[in-house]
Design a protein around this ligand. Sequence first.
Ligand code: TRP
Length: 336
Amino acid sequence: MNKEQERILTGMRPTGPLHLGHYVGALENWLKLQEQYDSYFLIADYQALGDHVDDIKRIRNSVIEVALDWLAVGLDPEKTTFVIQSYVPEHAELTMLLSMLIPQSQVDHNPTLKAERAALKDVSNGFVNYPVSQAADILLPKADLVPVGEDQLPHIELTRKVAARFNTTYGHVFPVPRALVGRIPRLVGTDGQAKMSKSLGNCIYLSDSEATVNQKIRAMFTDPTHLRISDPGHVENNPVFIYLDAFHQNDKELDELKAHYQRGGLGDVALKQILAKDIGDFLEPIRERRDHFKAHPELVRQALIEGTLRAKKIAEKTMLEVRDAMGITHYEDSIK
Ligand code: TRP
């Protein structure tokens, strides 16, 4: 099969506006993939319920925010398919059937789930089951490839196992999907913590205004040992340089900045002004597209509804095949 025909599915939980970390870690890659593959991008609102059942308003708002962010960065509904998970109830049905084929021990030993459980006080049964629902997300459209960050690999492994088990038990229905791990890991927060996270308040959002972005950059952590401008500074683990690595376009210039900073004589204020310009230039077209879609909500609606309908058709077909293969259909035919 040639590349053009391969299908990808990936998704995000709608739990807040998207930030630079989402861009660097996922969206930048998705923009390339949409050119090469038949791509499905899922807004996983059911999955988000797992730990946000008390804050459904946030999920409701975020579904639209995420769609706007996706459109703003340049994901193109003419080339891809946006899907709202809960509008395709087949997700729930396949999750239930797959849950019968997945050993509980395999869910219990999932390292990503374990870490997430440890961070939550009390988890719902639905939350614990989300890797199974993620397998259903991937298998419903029969995806061949799943672009994800490394933390999601155990879920892809689970998906591969259950797909293979289904195929050997009931006959071939599902491709066994492969993970496609992105090149760039997570982006540190503006405070230098390991990742951007809404709850840590260290994010620069794709939807932030220019003034907000500049203010966040002015407040960014740098090298704590770099006290006077003339002091030599550290480039490694310095959040400003980590961001410059991600967003400064001219490599040679950046090398010179690093050398200057390490030598001493380059102040943090001046350095941050350069970063502010880089991020400003990066966000400018994103802001423009966002404004365009905000002024044309019918386009956002159309992207979501048409995409979801397309996915629903495929999901219905897959479920017929699943039920047929398993023999859990047409019981009435056996009435003599
Ligand atoms: N769990 C993913 C995350 O938190 C989101 C997600 C939901 C997903 N369904 C998916 C990713 C299917 C890949 C494939 O980012």
